[in-house]
Structures are given as C-alpha cells and as structure tokens.
Design a protein around this ligand. Sequence first.
Ligand code: SF4
Length: 346
Amino acid sequence: MTDYYDLTYSELREKLAVIGEKPSRADIIFPVIYGMNGGSLTDSGLKKETLEKLSGNFFCGELECISTLTSETADKFLFQLRDGNTVESVLMKHEFGYNVCVSTQVGCNMGCKFCASGQLKKVRDLSLSEMTGQLLAVRKKLGQKITGLSIMGIGEPLDNYENVLRFISVAMYQKGFDIGAKHITLSTCGLVPKIYELAGAENPVNLAVSLHAPDDELRRSIMPSAKKYSLAEIIKAARYYSERGNRRITFEYVMLSGVNDSDECAEKLASLLKDINGYVNIIRYNPTENPPFTCSPHERIMSFYDILKKNGIGVTMRRELGASVNAACGQLRASAITDRKGVNIP
Ligand code: SF4
C-alpha cells in the first residue's frame, strides 16, 4: 500500500498506470486529497470499481500531533512520526496571511551552536509524506489557506535535497496548497553544490542563507558545518542563484551578544555583501534551555543595523512571532525528549 502523500503528481500518474488505471485520474485524485476539505474520494465522481481498486493500493496517511503551543501570533506543533521520532512545525500568523515553517529532517547534523536542533543530531531525512503531512495538519487546524511556506524548521533542507524538491512541487500544485514559488523560502546553512543545483531546478524558490558571521574563523566557531565551504564560496553561489533566477537573497544573521554583534562585524558584513542582490535579516537570538549565548542588547542591534544601512545594505528585522511559543527550531522537540528521558539536552 502506498501513501498518496508520498507521491508527487507525476509519480501518482505513473503509479496509476502500473495498477492499470488511467494516469489522468490523478487530475481528480490530487485536488481531492489536497483540497481544503480533502481526504475522501467517495464523492469524487469516480466509479465504485475504481474506488475499490484505489483503496486496495493507496491510503491517505496522517501525522499525529502530540503537542501544541498557541499564541496570538504563532502556533507550534509537535508531530509524532510512525517510527516514534518527532518533528515540529510553526504556523506564523501575519496580517497578510499564514506562513508555515516545516521541518525536513529528524534532528540536524549541521550542529549550529545557537540552535536547539543542532544539538539533537540528525536521525534521518523526512519523507515527502512527512513534510506534506505537516502542512496538511496545520491547515486542518487553521481551517484557512496557507499563503506562505518556509522550509527552515528542523534540519538542513539541502541535505534532503530530492525529497525537498518533490515537496516543493506538491506545495505549488495549483489545485492543492497552491503556494507560489515567490511565497516559498528555503533556508540553508550553505551547502554550495546544492545551491547551484537548486538554481537550475524546475521550481527555484526564494533562498535564505544562514550567515551569522562575517568571516570564516568566527563562522566556523559557531557553525561547525561551515568548515566545509568558505564564505567566499557561499557568497559566490548565492550570487549565481540570485542572477540566474533574478531573485533577492536573504542573509540570516542571529545576534549573539559579544560574539558576532560588534561594529567591526557589521562593517565586515557590509563589505562581504556589497554588490549582491540581497539583504540581511537580523534575528534576535531566542534562547533555548541552558543557552550557550545571550541575545545582543537592543542598542547593539540598532548600531549593527545602522552600519549596514549606512553602507547601502538592505536590512530587515524578523518580527518575534515565534518567541512566545519557543519557536527557535527544535525547542519543542528538545523539551519533549527532555521530559520523556528525564534528562537535559546538552
Ligand atoms: S540552524 Fe538549521 S542548519 Fe543549523 S543546526 Fe539548526 S536546523 Fe540545522
């Protein structure tokens, strides 16, 4: 039996052909299973024999939500997967719509020191159905269309490249979630070869690069995975991505007090990013349990912001929608594991 949600539209067409059904039935099935009231094909107009054949070969899987944290501006969901592992999603409630941040892996091997997920280590990649399942479950609870997708929850999306690309194609399917490429952002810590691959992919989406430091030495001290690719290589790849798709790149920068927030860091960052079609998104550090860092004070953040501006670099500051629901990636999962095992995540 195959989970419908483990198939892209074209894969469903192929599977239907294999069981002797017309591939064009996918045009009926996909809108139903991904529609707002989705799931049941009973009223789809398909003949009884076809429905029986389909139910003998396919099923609609669902993710089990085991915990939620709700606030006015964001809801956080903890899902239990079939093998007992857990992942998180966050629903951000903006004035202009609803954005869902999904996870792509159980844990993450990138080991960023400011991130709760990086301390949990990667267990495995998520399947397509485990990613679409997050969107389906959040939309079911919300009861409204999801307008934006951030692929920046637990995990490094480009380390689960094929499944993430398949997921993007499902999220964009017009009779389903219908989220346009312009409203999808994928965040990477900088897996250079995959950035080039994504630039040539069928559905290139917005790219966010987690920089967090303006030079290699500092970056490697807080992002161990940064040892593999230098900032020069990452910026070159980001520039290529931007020019190929005419897209503005987001450079994420988390403010860690006394670590990466000096005026000198801001000057270096400005010179690193000059002449690139991009902007810096300054993020206030959202401390986890036993935090290894503290967030930079407001005045320091403003000084950093002003220097970037003065140097002609576009800057935004991420609204703290998620802070009240522990929305630093991996926090809900980390605390659930802590509760279960009765130990603290290091
Ligand atoms: S910030 Fe992203 S890439 Fe780094 S450890 Fe956390 S989930 Fe992984």
